[in-house]
Design a protein around this ligand. Structure first.
Ligand code: SAH
Length: 346
């Protein structure tokens, strides 16, 4: 029944205006409701005080209003990072993370319930894909966190559970709504979308010419090694992946971020660092090294701090822009998908 109603929080302002006019309402009513949804972050039609009782009732009949329920919040005692577990309307759950940095607050959102990409070190994919998230369900992770923390979000990373390029249309609508001047109006430059490397979709995204950052989860420097960590590497080889990254830069002028999880004894040797430099040198890029966050279902271990530093130095010597990602919230089921799994398998 609910699903027969329109998902109002996923509609653009133009769509909402058209829809309102279709039921004989003035288009400024759509602007008022849009502001309630995307600026004042209303969670029900009843909160909309400048909307008449009659219109509220008509809205309730016509639309469903996504409002995620926080069912667990964990706060890191180390750095204040907060991890939220949200319940969706159908009983599924997703995780989001709130991180406080000097330059502002950042939220890491999920794009799917589960994931079907099968990366071996990742907890999000262990139960496969349940379903993709609607634009409203991605937005509401940010809206709910803004309400709960009482603080403004300035940066958004689509790096939680799920593969955003496997939910392309919804992610694109989400990006439009999030950056729209009539909504939260987050700058495109403050948004990063991370992919395991679905080449045709990366190229399609390049053509949208958005100013968002594209992060590619690389994790290995040869096809053979990459296939052992990421099944998607059987579909797309490193050559075409790097070409797609160059194309993204050409179309958007945005520097690519390469994510490289350092797995002890697997991809963290000086030879790996040399190969990585060779692979990405021709590109305008940034390399983000992430000591792998061990999950109990697999026996991968993080590289030692010394190895990570040596790896970083070697890249720097070849003129590559590189950082080691600060590990936030280690003490709170940090790795993607761990909190959701803990709750659904308890
Ligand atoms: N599917 C997308 C985005 C979600 S994963 C992607 O693959 O990029 C976000 C990032 O976290 C990816 O770089 C992913 O490879 C990495 N990641 C997943 N599990 C991890 C773990 N246990 N330790 C370190 N990084 C991990």
């Amino acid at each position: 029944m609910q699903r027969l109603k329109k998902d109002i929080k996923s509609m653009t302002l133009a769509q909402l205006k058209e829809d309102m006019e279709g039921i004989g309402e003035k288009s400024f009513r759509a602007s008022q409701i849009y502001e309630w949804l995307h600026v004042k972050l209303a969670r029900s039609f009843d909160e909309m005080t400048n909307i008449s009782g009659d219109l509220k009732e008509r809205c309730k009949e016509r639309y469903f209003l996504t409002a995620l329920q926080a069912i667990e919040v964990q706060e890191s005692a180390i750095d204040g990072t907060k991890k939220f577990l949200f319940a969706l309307e159908d009983g599924n759950m997703v995780e989001s993370v709130w991180m406080k940095y000097k330059h502002g607050n950042s939220v890491c959102i999920s794009s799917q319930v589960g994931c079907r990409m099968g990366c071996l070190f990742c907890a999000s994919t262990l139960d496969g894909l349940e379903r993709s998230l609607l634009p409203s369900e991605m937005l509401d992770q940010i809206y709910a966190i803004t309400r709960l923390t009482g603080e403004k979000v300035s940066n958004v990373v689509v790096m939680g559970t799920g593969e955003p390029m496997d939910n392309y249309d919804n992610v694109l609508r989400f990006l439009h709504l999030l950056t729209n001047e009539n909504g939260l109006h987050i700058s495109q430059r403050n948004i990063t979308v991370s992919t395991c490397g679905i080449v045709p979709k990366m190229r399609q995204l390049a053509q949208e010419k958005l100013q968002i950052t594209l992060a590619l989860s690389l994790h290995a420097t040869t096809d053979e090694k990459r296939r052992k960590l990421m099944p998607i590497a059987n579909r797309y080889g490193l050559d075409e992946l790097i070409e797609a990254c160059a194309y993204y830069f050409k179309e958007t002028g945005r520097r690519i971020t390469f994510e490289y999880s350092l797995v002890g004894g697997v991809n963290d040797t000086p030879e790996d660092a040399a190969e990585l430099s060779k692979l990405v040198k021709s590109l305008n890029c940034h390399v983000n090294l992430i000591p792998v966050n061990p999950i109990k279902e697999r026996d991968f271990v993080a590289s030692t701090h010394e190895k990570a530093l040596a790896f970083k130095n070697k890249l720097e010597k070849s003129g590559i822009n590189v950082t080691i990602r600060r590990e936030m919230g280690r003490d709170i089921d940090g790795a993607c998908g761990q909190l959701r799994r803990k709750v659904i398998h308890q």
